[in-house]
Write a protein that binds this ligand. Structure first.
Ligand SMILES: Cc1cc2nc3c(=O)[nH]c(=O)nc-3n(C[C@H](O)[C@H](O)[C@H](O)COP(=O)(O)O)c2cc1C
Length: 172
């Protein structure tokens, strides 16, 4: 919602969707409807926000499985997550796994040639993060998530401006 307020068109892939993805298998094999839908979104996106719970000190398997699907873009002109800002959010029942998982998620985004947002959210979920209507219980959580959305949308605009400037400069 914070990204939408900044003018972005957004698409959410929630836990229920990610659970329907098969385990990623590389190779020239038929992809399920869910895999194709997610791949289309990866390819079209000007920016992404990835949120994961910390499981045993790292990115949860379901989220990592979805990220692994990006391998299918290895031969695209816009390979992996290149040119895209990626906002990162981690929840955990404490601070130790939050920091470790955020750091690991940044490495994953770097290996996919994406630009992790400068601000990452490490949220301690021990006391619950959101009320029954989905509003953050602590306004600092809302402010952090809004700031990350702002960074991703701002980077997407810069990236587009840069692309336009390049193509204009190439005109005879
Ligand atoms: C399999 C599993 C492993 C987990 N491992 C950790 C962990 O290593 N460190 C931690 O702080 N929390 C851990 N948690 C707690 C999750 O991070 C937490 O459930 C998640 O952030 C979402 O919070 P919620 O369950 O209150 O929605 C684990 C939870 C599960 C189910």
């Amino acid at each position: 919602m914070a990204a939408q307020r900044r003018g972005a068109r957004t698409k959410l892939f929630d836990g229920a969707f990610l659970h329907r993805l098969p385990l990623y298998q590389p190779g020239d094999i038929p992809r399920t409807a869910e895999e194709r839908e997610l791949l289309d979104a990866f390819r079209q996106a000007d920016g992404l926000i990835i949120a994961t719970p910390a499981y045993h000190g790292g990115v949860s398997g379901v989220v990592k499985n979805a990220i692994d699907l990006i391998e299918e873009t290895a031969r695209d002109e816009r390979v992996y997550l290149s040119g895209r800002a990626v906002g990162l959010i981690v929840t955990a029942y404490g601070w130790q796994a939050t920091g470790a998982t955020l750091s690991s998620l940044r490495s994953i985004v770097h290996s996919l040639r994406g630009w992790p947002s400068p601000l990452g959210a490490g949220l301690n979920a021990t006391g619950g993060l959101f009320d029954t209507e989905g509003r953050p219980k602590d306004e600092r959580i809302g402010a952090t998530l809004a700031a990350i959305a702002g960074e991703v949308v701002q980077f997407a605009r810069w990236s587009r401006l840069g692309a336009e400037a390049t193509s204009t400069a190439e005109l005879p």
